[in-house]
Design a protein around this ligand. Structure first.
Ligand code: TXA
Ligand code: MG
Length: 320
């Protein structure tokens, strides 16, 4: 891992690393982000591996221009007005995802929505422009640790798990972006942050707070609101029934059955399995299959997060 000041040369180097599927930490106006090319499943899987998160929380997609979002999200009037007023800046908007948006399904943890924002830091925006990709970026700290506001914090928290850290000095805002859900009937504040509720209400009128409003459709616990498959998911399957699809892991040659068979990772590589998880579930979650049988996945490393999502998928009902 190296820590470098942002120059045209180091930005080009960072962009090349990102396009090659590597992780680059960069300053935003709020906190440092751990960035990966949002269009590559494998690169996004490396983010979760580096942070050591026990579950796949959906990530924020960072862009440098609003036009970059046109193929990714479905705009509405409120989103346009908020973007015009507060971007670039510490506001994240949750919007419906364009069904075939070129963003990893792992980045949005299988949800039909995407959280997007345009950061105000020039290094962040120059990096996104140089990479010519939207960047998925959670705060650049190990799971359960404080969000980093300096390059040194990132290095202490993530060490060699990040390939390059662009050092843009201390971040200005210091707290994360405000997350506002615009997919609900009324705008819902999912996370307070750099843009205040008052600032948003000036533009939108009353906003619900997921944290305090009992009538809000999403509680913080449901914030990690999860992928709900149409069809039942059966875990630790050692064979598949005639009307089921088989989602394999590792060597599946001795496993019988399955109308369709996909394999998360024939070589039993957990990073590859994480990268494929939501894309493959999505592919198998419609007729002619009546269910998805998933082979056992070890409860180690990224397997913990994979099993967490599969268990939620196995017990949830389809979203209404
Ligand atoms: O300031 C920030 O937002 C920083 C910098 C790096 O941009 N990023 C950041 O990312 O804080 P992260 O991954 O630590 O937090 C993302 C938040 C989480 O609360 C997550 O649940 C929410 O955004 N989120 C992401 N996608 C979502 C979605 N589709 N629906 C609802 N919430 C979502
Ligand atoms: Mg965070």
């Amino acid at each position: 891992m190296s820590i470098l000041p942002p120059t045209p040369a180091t930005l080009a180097q960072a962009a090349a690393l990102l396009r090659a599927g590597k992780l680059v930490a960069f300053p935003t106006e709020t906190v440092y982000g751990l960035g990966a090319d949002a269009t590559q499943d494998r690169a996004v899987a490396e983010i979760y591996a580096a942070k050591g998160r026990p579950s796949f929380n959906p990530l924020i997609i960072h862009v440098a221009e609003t036009a970059q979002l046109d193929p990714l999200i479905i705009w509405n009037d409120a989103a346009r007005r908020l973007a015009e007023m507060f971007w670039p800046g510490p506001l994240t908007l949750v919007l419906p995802r364009v069904p075939d948006a070129p963003v990893s399904r792992l980045a949005s943890a299988g949800l039909p929505t995407l959280a997007v924002r345009m950061p105000a830091h020039p290094v962040a925006r120059n990096l996104i422009r140089a990479a010519e990709r939207p960047l998925a970026a959670p705060s650049a700290n190990a799971s359960g640790k404080l969000s980093p506001t300096t390059a040194r914090h990132v290095a202490e928290s993530l060490g060699d798990k990040v390939d390059l850290i662009l050092d843009g000095g201390a971040t200005q805002v210091g707290v994360e972006s405000t997350v506002l859900d615009l997919t609900t009937a009324h705008p819902t504040l999912l996370r307070p942050g750099g843009i205040t509720k008052d600032q948003l209400e000036t533009l939108l009128g009353p906003i619900r707070e997921a944290l305090t409003d009992a009538h809000a459709p999403k509680s913080p616990g449901m914030l990690a609101s999860h992928y709900a498959p149409e069809h039942p998911v059966r875990l630790n399957a050692l064979e598949a029934r005639e009307d089921e699809a088989l989602l394999g892991f590792g060597d599946d040659r001795s496993v019988k059955g399955g109308l369709t068979r996909l394999n998360l990772s024939p070589t039993a590589n957990l990073t590859e399995a994480a990268a494929n998880l939501f894309a493959m579930l999505h592919k198998l979650d419609h007729p002619p299959h009546k269910g998805i049988a998933v082979m056992p996945i070890p409860e180690t490393g990224l397997g913990v997060a994979i099993n967490d999502r599969l268990r939620r998928a196995a017990t949830s009902l389809p979203a209404g």
